[in-house]
Design a binder for this molecule. Structure first.
Ligand code: NDP
Length: 315
């Protein structure tokens, strides 16, 4: 049978390119988990995806109710769930003030981490009950959260501190909107959320890999300087960023190539190792990359897990 992969944020950028790459193999059915149904359906059509190769199911990660409803809806499809890809993200580098999810969390961490945390926890039992030979849960990471790299050292750097802001609910009322308790900074909030993504993947691995046989993985697909992720950046940045990445840092990767990379993490028989953060070298060969000290801190991962559980109503 075909494999079924849920991909969040499949309406643009990396998620769409991955959905297309998987659908084209003829071996995958993609559940496009998107907040804008019309945009997703237009995007799939424009990408040339066969209409039988995907199903769009509404998911707004900025609302925990929507996440729970998505889980119900996707179960009603009565398709097995073999792979889940947590890909969607918001990035608000120029925002002066924070914005909030329906549950009152600062938006970047609320969507990129907390929404996905609840989704992944809920769908773990579905993955476990699938009879697919290689079941995987993938959370897209980033180099920018990794302070052991050049890109990760561009200020403001990611830093979760002692998680006091997160523990307080990131709501800007009784607590800070930033995980470390500091002042709002949209670029830092994004990087922090990516550290959370990478820590969450590893904590899943430690808690559930042996018991469930599910492969847990994260990745840095390369710098995809053309995606909508940079839509809120200043125009000059948007103009100069792609050529800068192409010719100066040479970290540039096209959406199509990045989609193929993530599709490998979904389906390649050689990428079944769990607990790995995948990256690709100049020749587009995958390798197991090292995470920064903070992004591989198991005590922090455990604490993050426990606080996140409370915030999303699982504990
Ligand atoms: P895009 O902005 O193109 O795609 C982001 C996707 O997330 C869109 O489909 C968007 O939906 C969706 N999304 C945003 N908010 C929500 C929400 N509340 N609920 C549901 N979906 C939502 O960015 P990319 O493709 O670049 O980013 C994809 C992933 O790749 C992210 O995890 C990002 O951190 C990661 N990444 C990107 C890099 C890059 O260079 N671009 C580098 C490293 C990692 P909509 O279409 O409706 O806006």
């Amino acid at each position: 049978r075909k494999g079924t992969a849920v991909i969040t944020g499949a309406s643009s950028g990396l998620g769409l390119a991955t959905a297309k790459a998987l659908a084209e193999t003829g071996k995958w059915h993609v559940i496009m988990a998107c907040r804008d149904f019309l945009k997703a359906s237009r995007a799939a059509k424009a990408a040339g995806m066969d209409k039988d190769s995907f199903t769009i199911v509404h998911l707004d990660l900025a609302s925990l109710d929507s996440v729970r409803q998505f889980v119900k809806n996707v179960r009603q499809l009565e398709m097995p769930i073999d792979v889940v890809v947590c890909n969607a993200a918001v990035y608000q580098p120029t925002a002066k003030d924070p914005s909030y999810t329906a549950d009152g969390f600062e938006m970047s961490v609320g969507v990129n981490h907390l929404g996905h945390f609840l989704l992944a926890r809920e769908l773990l039992s579905d993955l476990q009950s699938s009879d697919y030979p290689s079941k995987r849960l993938i959370i897209v990471g980033s180099i920018t959260g990794n302070t052991n790299t050049l890109a990760g050292n561009v200020p403001p750097k990611a830093n979760l501190g002692d998680l006091r802001g997160l523990a307080g609910g990131l709501n800007g009322i009784g607590s800070s909107v930033m995980i470390d308790g500091g002042e709002f900074d949209g670029a830092k909030a994004y990087k922090d959320s990516k550290v959370c993504n990478m820590l969450t993947m590893q904590e899943f691995h430690r808690r559930y890999h042996e018991e469930t046989g599910v492969t847990f993985a994260s990745l840095y697909p390369g710098c995809i300087a053309t995606t909508g992720l940079f839509r809120e950046h200043i125009p000059l940045f948007r103009l100069l960023f792609p050529p800068f990445q192409k010719y100066i840092t040479k970290g540039y990767v096209s959406e199509e190539e990045a989609g193929k990379r993530l599709a490998q993490v979904v389906s390649d028989p050689s990428l079944t190792k769990s607990g790995v953060y995948w990256s690709w070298n100049k020749n587009s060969a995958s390798f197991e990359n090292q995470l920064s000290e903070e992004a591989s801190d198991s005590d922090k991962a455990k604490k993050l897990w426990e606080i996140s559980e409370k915030l999303v109503g699982l504990a």
